[in-house]
Write a protein that binds this ligand. Structure first.
Ligand SMILES: [Zn+2]
Ligand SMILES: [Zn+2]
Length: 340
């Protein structure tokens, strides 16, 4: 089969490799749609090191092509999406149900070969069904949807509250839609690219604010009668985006750290945290939220395909990474279709 292996920073090669053999509780999934996410980009750049020759990719959907002898729940032909990682099942964190913190966690496309390939072998417990009506291109966003559902579970938004999402990328636009579905009465989107802000408006944002404009904080405060928003979903993970989030949060409000932070944040507004009694909540991954993700996808109420800016065959994956790496203006969610 064809697969995309990384040999060093930005050294991605499409190679012929053997189709993985399934053993025990593993299923072989034929890849139909795989998204490039922010974590993939960090791996591609060498910021998250992997063993040379690792097949990248973890946000994916496809069809079960083979099953190991111990597989119970899945059959060949099932349409599925795959979780991005799994726990060892026996360490202290796994025993407490905190699989995210597993000391021997397997991460697809990082510690084990991933999804930018024609086939991937994974344990059946991380494979979830998708309904007949759900396009694979919607289901490839399942990791992000699951992460957003889990994050909202941490902060439990109240119907009627106001919210803002800072960061109008793929994750931010999904989080915004879920906040709407959670009954928030007013949701603003703060971002830096015009096209994405236009899209945010189409997807239901009440106010869009260009973070590069004169005074984005003032614009949000003005629209909320000076109070700020009850809930800020920070989905850009930069110094300035967290700074802005702290400033637009209301007194007693919540800031959800949903972006992928890899470095310490400079200029953190600790006085706001204290003075405004802001609740700052971190959330990573979607463990435990994938049943809900499967159902939500089946209902067809999330709009995923408008977020997809480019489709590439596997052979042209490097071009997709290059666009992400260089922050190509029109790139949003880039999807690769290895078997379509
Ligand atoms: Zn990801
Ligand atoms: Zn474990």
């Amino acid at each position: 089969m064809k697969a995309a292996r990384l040999y060093g920073p930005r050294d991605l090669r499409i190679e012929e490799v053997p189709v993985p053999e399934v053993a025990g509780d593993q299923v072989l999934v034929q890849m139909h749609s795989v998204g490039i996410c922010g974590t993939d980009l960090l791996v591609y750049r060498g910021d998250l090191p992997v063993r040379p020759g690792t097949i990248l990719g973890h946000e994916c959907a496809g069809v079960v092509a083979a099953t190991g002898p111990d597989v119970q729940r899945h059959r060949v032909g099932d349409r599925v999406f795959v979780e991005a990682g799994w726990g060892c099942g026996s360490c202290v964190y796994c025993r407490r149900g905190l699989i995210l913190h597993c000391t021997h966690k397997a991460s697809l496309g990082r510690t084990v070969d991933g999804a930018f390939a024609e086939y991937v072998a994974v344990p059946e417990r991380v494979v979830h069904p998708i309904a007949e009506n759900v396009p694979f291109d919607d289901a490839q966003s399942a990791s992000t949807i699951g992460s957003a559902i889990r994050a909202l579970g941490h902060i439990r938004p109240t119907v009627g509250d106001s919210a803002a999402v800072v960061g109008s990328g793929h994750a931010g636009l999904i989080l915004m839609q879920l906040l709407r579905l959670s009954g928030l009465q007013w949701v603003a989107m703060v971002g830096t690219r015009e096209k994405r802000l236009e899209l945010a408006r189409e997807l239901g944002a009440d106010l869009v604010v260009d973070a590069r404009s004169d005074n984005p904080v003032e614009k949000v405060l003005e629209a909320t009668e000076g109070l700020g928003v009850d809930l800020v979903g920070e989905a850009a993970a930069t110094d300035s985006s967290l700074d802005l989030s702290m400033q637009i949060a209301a007194f007693g409000g919540t800031v959800l750290a949903f972006g992928i932070y890899e470095q310490a944040v400079k200029g953190f507004r600790a006085p706001d945290l204290y003075r405004k009694e802001i609740r700052l909540v971190g959330s990573k991954g979607g463990f435990g939220a994938y049943e809900a993700t499967s159902q939500l996808l089946g209902r067809g109420i999330l709009r995923i395909r408008p977020l997809i800016s480019h489709y590439f065959p596997l052979d042209e994956l490097a071009e997709g990474f290059r666009m992400m790496d260089e922050k190509a203006q029109d790139a949003l969610r880039i999807v690769v279709r290895p078997c379509q």
